[in-house]
Ligand binder design. Structure first.
Ligand code: UDP
Length: 253
């Protein structure tokens, strides 16, 4: 696999060409970035944790009938995905006020929103991912009205399903970011969930004390990022499917 072709390098992930046409390998790095790349650090083990958490959530979403790009796990840092045509929009779903909505609308962090809110941002590092609305998306041809409808309904279903996975193990899904792509099949084009869902792209608070278990630990210099991500993985049962201890027979005293 040494000489495989690198297709794309992002802030926290790499994409390599896959073993078959129409497939890619998504590789999770240990790089942590925030504030449009102004803050950067390597956090050992983060890539492995994000890969395993995202793989777990995408597997569940596939089982629940949500179309995604995820095919299967490959190794600790990599997953096999379908190559899709990425729609250049970041979709943020919010349940509780945190981050940019607090600054924009003067809300206190932690305020329960009257209902889940879906926002759109244009994917552009150069412009700092500006917030946009449906008018921009259709006028500039980034997606059609029908595609926006599909994206909205998928995003809200994903919010219910992923929120449910977290609440079952004592964590609140405050907000998260999704990306979608177009997948071309024999029967036409389908909108599918792409990218990742991990503590890098979600805000997750511990139920009861609202302790932050996501990338805000890095953004706000709270420390303990890898420990928090490991706790999220453990609670979700991400490691439960791993092979039993393979160290061989142990001496029983
Ligand atoms: N988010 C992300 N990538 C981005 C911007 C936001 O994954 O480029 C996630 C972020 O982790 C949070 C949600 O989207 O869970 C909402 O982020 P927000 O708009 O509040 O912006 P931020 O406070 O991260 O600047």
């Amino acid at each position: 696999m040494k000489n495989r072709k690198r297709i794309y390098e992002g802030k926290a992930k790499l994409l390599y060409e896959g073993p078959e046409p129409g497939t890619l390998v998504q590789h999770f790095k240990d790089d942590a970035t925030a504030f449009n790349n102004k803050k950067h650090e390597i956090i050992e083990g983060k890539g492995v944790l994000n890969n395993r958490i995202s793989e777990f959530i995408f597997t569940r979403l596939n089982q629940f009938g949500i179309p995604t790009h995820f095919i299967r796990a490959l190794n600790m840092r990599e997953q096999l995905i379908r190559e899709v045509n990425i729609i250049p929009i970041e979709v943020v779903v919010r349940n509780i006020a945190a981050g940019s909505i607090c600054k924009r609308l003067g809300l206190k962090e932690g305020t329960e929103l009257p209902r889940s809110i879906v926002e759109f941002f244009y994917k552009s590092d150069k412009l700092g991912d500006p917030m946009i609305c449906e008018e921009h998306i259709t006028a500039f041809g980034w997606a059609t009205p029908q595609e926006i409808d599909d994206i909205m309904s998928l995003s809200l279903r994903i919010n219910d399903l992923v929120g449910g996975l977290f609440i079952a193990v004592g964590m609140r899904l405050v907000d998260f970011k999704l990306e979608f792509g177009r997948l071309y099949k024999d029967d036409g084009m389908h909108i599918v969930l792409a990218d990742e869902i991990s503590p890098d792209t979600c805000r997750i608070w511990n139920f009861g004390n609202d302790e932050k278990m996501d990338k805000d630990r890095f953004r706000e210099e709270l420390g303990g990022l890898a420990d928090a991500y490991r706790e999220v993985a453990t609670r979700l049962g991400v490691f439960a499917g791993d092979k039993a201890d393979v160290r061989g027979p142990q001496l029983v005293r």
